[in-house]
Design a protein around this ligand. Structure first.
Ligand code: SF4
Length: 348
C-alpha cells in the first residue's frame, strides 16, 4: 500500500436512541472499533448489509459526525485539530442520489462553482474557468452550464455531482453508492468515468456499495463490515476468489442477482439481521453463522492477519481463540496494531 492519506484508528460511534415511551435512551454502537487505512491513489471498497455502519464511518471520515472514540488522521494530522473547511477542501463526498443532492433552483454552473464560492477560492473569472475545465473532465458539454438539474438525465446529474465534488481538487473522495440510483445502462459509464478521473487527478477513493460487482470492478482492496466491525479485509482479487469469513462467503453467494441496483439481496443466512441495540454476545455474527462453534457465542474473535494481505476476524482463523478472554485483545497485524474494541458489536 502507498503511504496512507486517510486513516481511522479504533473508531467508535455510539448513538443514544429511544427505547420507547417513558423509557430511558439506550446506546446503539453504530461503529465499534473500526480501523481503516487508505493509501494514496488506491480505492478501498467498504461493503456490508444496510445498517452495518458503513455510512456512519463515511460521515466520521468526512468530519460530519464526531467519533465517540478513536481518531481519524488526514495526511498525517489528527482530523480533530482541523477546521471543517479544511477537511471539506481535502475530502469530498459523492452521494447516491443526484436527484436530491443538487439544488433544483440552481444552474449547473452555479452548482459546480458553489464549493469555490463557499471557500472564497478566487473570483468570478477563475470560477468560470474552473467550471469549464471540470465540466470537460467529467464529460459534460458546456451547453448544459445554464441548465437546471431537472433538464438533465440521471447520468448527467451524477456527472454534475462528481464535478462539484472535484472542482476543489480534493485528495480523497468518498463515493457512497455512486451509481445505485442510475439506470443499468448508465452505471458503467459513471464507474469508468470515476476510474479515469482517479488516474487523471491522482484521487484516492473510499467506495461504499451494496453492489459487489461494482466493488470488484473499482476497488483495489475490500473491507467487509458487519454490525459496526470490519470482519474481513483483503486485496480485491483475493477476497472475491477466496473469501475466508463466513459472512463474506454469504455476501458473495448472494450477489448472483440480475438486478445490480437492488443492493445486497437475501443472504440466505436464516436468522435476520440482529437488533443493533441488543447485539448478540461473543461473535455478533454467531446467530446467523453456518459454521458457528461453541466458543462463538462466548468469545468475540480478534482480528488476525492471514497470508499477509488478509485480515479476518473469526475464531476459525484465530489461533489464540482458546487464550482470548471475552473482550477483544490488541493484535499485531503486519506492521500495525489493531486496537482493542470495547464491548460487543452493534450497527446503525
Ligand atoms: Fe462464525 Fe464463529 Fe467465525 Fe463468528 S467466530 S464468523 S460465529 S465461526
Amino acid at each position: 500500500m502507498n503511504a496512507p492519506i486517510l486513516e481511522a484508528g479504533n473508531l467508535h460511534c455510539v448513538f443514544e436512541v429511544s427505547a420507547g415511551f417513558m423509557r430511558p435512551k439506550r446506546p446503539l454502537r453504530a461503529v465499534n472499533g473500526v480501523d481503516l487505512r487508505l493509501g494514496k491513489g488506491e480505492s478501498l471498497g467498504l461493503v456490508g448489509e444496510s445498517g452495518c455502519g458503513k455510512t456512519t464511518v463515511a460521515m466520521m471520515l468526512l468530519g460530519l459526525i464526531r467519533p465517540s472514540g478513536g481518531k481519524v488522521i488526514l495526511g498525517g494530522e489528527p482530523m480533530a485539530g482541523l477546521d471543517q473547511r479544511e477537511i471539506s477542501r481535502r475530502i469530498q463526498p459523492i452521494f447516491q442520489d443526484p436527484y436530491s443532492s443538487l439544488n433544483p433552483r440552481k444552474t449547473v454552473a452555479e452548482i459546480i462553482s458553489l464549493p469555490l464560492r463557499a471557500h472564497k477560492l478566487g473570483g468570478p473569472s477563475e470560477w468560470r474557468s474552473r467550471v469549464t475545465e471540470i465540466m470537460g473532465l467529467v464529460g459534460l458539454s458546456q451547453r448544459y452550464a445554464n441548465n437546471l438539474p431537472n433538464q438533465l438525465s440521471g447520468g448527467q446529474r451524477q456527472r454534475v455531482a462528481i464535478a462539484r465534488a472535484l472542482v476543489m481538487r480534493p485528495e480523497v473522495v468518498i463515493c457512497d453508492e455512486p451509481t445505485s440510483s442510475l439506470d443499468v445502462s448508465v452505471q458503467s459509464q459513471i464507474l469508468n468515468l470515476l476510474l479515469d478521473l482517479q488516474r487523471e487527478l491522482d484521487l484516492t477513493y473510499l467506495l461504499i456499495s451494496h453492489n459487489l460487482a461494482v466493488v470488484e470492478h473499482m476497488a483495489t482492496r475490500v473491507a467487509v463490515m458487519y454490525l459496526g466491525r470490519i470482519v474481513e479485509e483483503a486485496l480485491t482479487a483475493d477476497l472475491f476468489r477466496n473469501p475466508r469469513h463466513p459472512y463474506t462467503q454469504a455476501l458473495l453467494a448472494s450477489v448472483l442477482t440480475p438486478e445490480p441496483g437492488l443492493g445486497v439481496p437475501d443472504t440466505h443466512l436464516g436468522a435476520a439481521f440482529p437488533n443493533p441495540i441488543e447485539p448478540p454476545s461473543g461473535c455478533t455474527f454467531h446467530p446467523r453463522c453456518p459454521r458457528v462453534m461453541p466458543a462463538c457465542n462466548a468469545q468475540a474473535p480478534i482480528p488476525v492477519a492471514h497470508e499477509s494481505t488478509t485480515l479476518v476476524e473469526c475464531h476459525l482463523f484465530s489461533e489464540a481463540r482458546t487464550a482470548a478472554g471475552p473482550d477483544r485483545a490488541p493484535q499485531q497485524v503486519g506492521d500495525e496494531a489493531r486496537p482493542a474494541a470495547t464491548g460487543s458489536g452493534g450497527a446503525s
